[in-house]
Design a protein around this ligand. Structure first.
Ligand code: ADP
Ligand code: MG
Ligand code: MG
Length: 889
């Protein structure tokens, strides 16, 4: 039969799966010989069995009896004994600490009889006995019987008001025994049953309530946000009581071995005399700083400090601690490796390494890419005055202040004259791109974390708050209205915090991130202690990682920044941006061309422009590989909108005008219209269908490379063919590119060094990876499309329509567009890797989808043996760190 119960003497800190975090650490402290009150832990196995069967599993009750008897033996008292009661606390404790779950019930075992016995053995201290009893009624009533906690708080407040005091210590034994009667009535009234007088029944009910709290709405929601699996269950700790509320020589407190905000070593914590449990954090009375305990009780203080040092040395990390002093004796009630800010995480990790407690591998493991990302965002000064008007999703972190604009042209115009602007839209589309680039921040009232606005903003490192659905955005009226009625007009200043999702009216003070200043080459920032901690861990991560990190960059400026941030090349240079703006006209000419000659002329006009684009990028990345993707999106994206054109044509007809160009354009748009453009004429299909298009691009790349080589540079272009599904597609394109290369070599007299490869972003390409690798020198996994094509999800549509339901129902715990679906899409990646390498052992492998910057995905890509990940320039340091963490894991 399964063993469900473990004495505190039976486990240790590595048993978190079975005993939960609190139980495992109580056992560890017991093992270390620290003064932990005797107790036992009911395992997570028991919780899972209970939740499955809807009742306590067989044998659990007997086992609890056995361990309870041992505890009674150890403390020399019996649970709820009317003359000298043993009391216990019933405490939840899952593997990961979870605020959504049931809180602790203290003083279990008290009833109308044992309360009198407790007073007698406490030297007649009736006040203490009734204080303990009323606490039990309050905690049991609210957490086990589900009565609104305010019911009890209100009654307590009324009593204090009647006694004309704010301090619970002014209440007498009589006051408290009266309060006990009030509470019992409230329990009966609100729960429809009397407070159970049987101590064992109290215990069993409290244990059951902890089990059930695993599935409360709050707990489920918390797990979803934190990506904690739903099937772990919680343990229950039953711990014999010690009392901090038996007088002035007693008390309770919390302590940290280091400052969790800065990482500095010292005596951090709070202490409260004559108090129990949560009183310290509940703010009912003013606590004193932990250091004051030295005056109050020197011997308890000294023992606590020794214990803190011992725990930090033992856990080799910052610990937080809960303790109680009963008549001068110190008791340890909890410890765990403490939560900390991103800044403290980096400081502490390096400090511990300096102290020799951990090595640098472990120091790198102790910080995360997400924490580094936090340190890289500019932030609002939290001390500054701020007026919150709305909250949305924290889609792309950072702090942005600017004048509100409602459309892309205004954004670019105002930005060009030097204004900082915030682009506010209901949602954004690719048409808003210019405005998004020009804006300091983007605010939308619709759409989730993977909406267009969010994805694009993250890619650009632009601050974005999305889905602030309390905002009524009136784009035509050029204003938006907040829930509290605040109206913000175009030109008004707002501040948005992409790290918290908050929206403020007016300008909030922004402070620069020193870490980014340092990455950008500002040497003065290097003197900062935090920057030094970050640099040291980054250097170590770079030293140990196998996985290379490249950047997705389309312009020389982005390429240069990526390089400053440590990119080892460009993994994705998109060429479609090079067809926008004032080049649209040339693209239109290409599309409207009626014969091969016109087509050639249009392409010839585009060639020098493209060549200049590539020259700049190759120069910025001199000596490093630059993967350039030939044109990928459907052509209609470069033409005017169908409906707009239709209206224009109708208007012109009405006025009797007939602009042949408009008409021609309209016909072309009609001709190019597709019901499913994402599955239509795009990628390599364009290269095959429009003669000369891909060869023009290849020529531009190779001419740029030849010129760089002639100028003494070291260009390393890699020409990438997108959306290949069949080896034949790649072979056709490859033959054309090679022919162009031969021409360019002949024309320029320069020997060219370049690679030809393909994106793997269609399931068919995965299945034919072996054959495709025959003509590809590299694969780059386009995991956005691969996810889209594998799930059959249109990213632009599914997020708004049903992803939130899927997340709610647990179909997936995180959007597969945010973090790679390793179970499905990941298997395809692994398959293509092994087939591709089988055909060509030196096949170079990388990934260039959004996932390249996602920590979990990076660990996966490392594990399947990719050579590099590529992500947006701002994610490069994050990816470097995560690749280092993956290597040391
Ligand atoms: P949480 O997870 O919210 O910290 P705990 O189970 O640690 O909940 O308990 C809440 C409070 O009750 C803590 O301050 C703890 O120190 C105190 N406490 C828990 N068990 C006991 C006990 N056996 N004796 C005295 N105080 C206790
Ligand atoms: Mg606690
Ligand atoms: Mg793609």
């Amino acid at each position: 039969m399964t063993k469900y119960v473990y004495d505190f003497t039976e486990g240790g800190k590595d048993d978190k799966d079975l005993l939960g975090g609190k139980g495992a650490n109580l056992a560890e402290m017991t093992k270390l010989g620290l003064p932990v009150p005797p107790g036992f832990t009911i395992s997570t196995d028991a919780c899972r069995a209970y939740l499955e069967q809807g009742q306590e599993p067989d044998g659990l009750a007997d086992e609890v009896s056995t361990y309870l008897a041992a505890m009674e033996e150890a403390r020399g008292k019996r649970l709820g004994d009317p003359h000298d009661p043993l009391l216990v606390s019933v405490r939840s404790g899952a593997k990961f600490s979870m605020p959504g779950m049931m809180e602790t019930v203290l003083n279990v075992g008290l009833n109308d009889e044992s309360v009198k016995g407790l007073a007698v053995v406490a030297d007649g201290n009736e006040r203490f006995a009734y204080d303990s009893y009323r606490r039990l009624l309050q905690m049991f009533g609210s957490t086990v019987l589900g009565i609104e906690a305010s019911v009890f708080h209100d009654a307590l407040d009324e009593l204090k008001a009647a006694r004309d005091t704010r301090n619970d210590l002014d209440l007498t034994a009589d006051d408290l025994s009266g309060l006990v009667e009030t509470y019992k009535k409230l329990v009966a009234e609100h729960s429809g049953r009397d407070f159970p007088q049987d101590p064992r029944e109290q215990l069993d009910m409290a244990v059951r309530a902890v089990f059930e709290s695993w599935n409360t709405e709050r707990a489920v929601l918390y797990r979803r946000q934190e990506r904690i699996p739903h099937d772990l269950g919680t343990a229950v700790n039953v711990c014999s009581m010690v009392f901090g509320n038996v007088g002035a020589d007693s008390g309770t407190g919390v302590a940290f071995t280091r400052d969790p905000a800065s990482g500095a070593q010292g005596v951090y914590g709070d202490y409260l005399q004559n108090a129990q449990g949560e009183d310290v954090v509940a703010g009912i009375r003013n606590t004193v700083p932990l250091a004051d305990l030295e005056q109050i009780d020197k011997s308890a203080y000294d023992e606590l400090l020794t214990t803190m040092a011992l725990l930090e040395g033992h856990y080799r990390d910052l610990c937080d601690i809960e303790f109680t002093v009963e008549h001068g004796k110190l008791w340890m009630l909890q410890t765990r490796v403490g939560k900390r800010t991103a800044e403290a995480a980096f400081r502490i990790a390096t400090q511990l390494a300096d102290q020799g407690l951990i090595d640098l591998d472990e120091a790198v493991a102790r910080v995360t890419g997400a924490q580094l990302a936090q340190l890289m965002f500019p932030r609002f000064d939290t001390d500054a005055e701020r007026t919150l008007i709305a909250r949305g999703m924290n889609a792309s972190p950072g702090a942005a202040v600017g004048r509100v604009v409602f459309d892309s042209p205004t954004a670019t115009e105002w930005a060009a004259r030097g204004d900082d602007v915030i682009l506010v839209r209901r949602t954004t589309t690719p048409d808003d791109l210019a405005g998004m680039v020009a804006a300091k921040g983007i605010l939308t009232s619709r759409g989730g974390k993977t909406s267009h606005a969010a994805v694009v903003a993250r890619g650009m490192g632009r601050t974005c708050v999305c889905g602030a659905d309390d905002l009524d955005v009136d784009v035509k009226g050029r204003r938006f209205t907040a829930a509290d009625g605040t109206v913000v007009e175009e030109g008004d200043v707002i501040s948005i915090d992409g790290t918290t999702g908050e929206v403020f009216v007016g300008a909030v003070e922004v402070v620069d991130s020193l870490v980014v200043r340092y990455f950008e080459g500002d040497e003065t920032a290097g003197g900062d202690e935090l920057v030094q901690a970050v640099t040291r861990l980054m250097e170590h991560a770079d030293g140990v990682r196998r996985l290379q990190v490249r950047a997705n960059a389309d312009t020389p400026e982005d390429a240069a920044r990526a390089r400053r941030f440590g990119a080892q090349g460009i993994g994705l240079c998109r060429t479609e941006h090079m067809f926008l703006g004032d080049r649209r006209e040339l693209v239109e000419r290409l599309i409207l061309a009626e014969d091969a000659k016109e087509q050639q002329a249009a392409l010839a006009a585009l060639l020098p422009l493209q060549r200049d684009d590539f020259t700049g990028i190759l120069e910025a990345m001199d000596g490093l590989p630059v993967t350039i993707r030939l044109l990928d999106p459907p052509l209609h994206e470069f033409l005017p909108d169908y409906t707009e054109l239709a209206v224009q044509v109708a208007l012109e007809e009405e006025r009797g005008e007939d602009d042949p160009h408009t008409r021609q354009l309209f016909d072309a748009v009609k001709r190019l219209h597709e019901d499913n453009p994402m599955l239509g004429l795009r990628g390599v299909r364009l290269g095959i269908v429009i003669p000369g298009l891909f060869t023009m691009q290849a020529r531009a790349i190779l001419e740029a490379a030849a010129a760089r080589t002639a100028a003494g540079g070291d260009p390393q272009p890699e020409i990438m063919i997108p959306l290949v599904a069949a080896p034949q597609e790649l072979e056709l394109m490859k033959a054309e590119v090679i022919a162009v290369a031969a021409e360019v070599e002949k024309e320029t007299g320069t020997k060219l060094r370049f690679k030809i490869g393909t994106m793997i972003e269609l399931p068919r390409a995965v299945m034919l990876a072996e054959e495709i690798a025959g003509s590809a020198e590299f694969f780059s996994f386009g995991t956005n499309d691969l996810t889209q094509m594998t799930w059959g999800f249109s990213r632009d549509d599914v997020e708004a329509s049903f992803f939130s339901t899927y997340l709610d129902k647990g179909v997936f715990a995180v959007s597969p567009f945010e973090s790679l679906d390793t179970e499905g899409v990941g298997k395809l990646v692994a398959h293509a890797v092994s087939k591709g390498r089988a055909a060509r052992p030196d096949l170079h492998l990388g990934v260039c989808g959004e996932h390249g910057g996602d920590p979990d995905s990076i660990h996966f890509f490392d594990s399947v043996g990719l050579d590099y990940v590529s992500c947006s320039p701002y994610r490069v340091p994050v990816a470097r760190l995560e690749a280092g963490r993956s290597a040391t894991a």
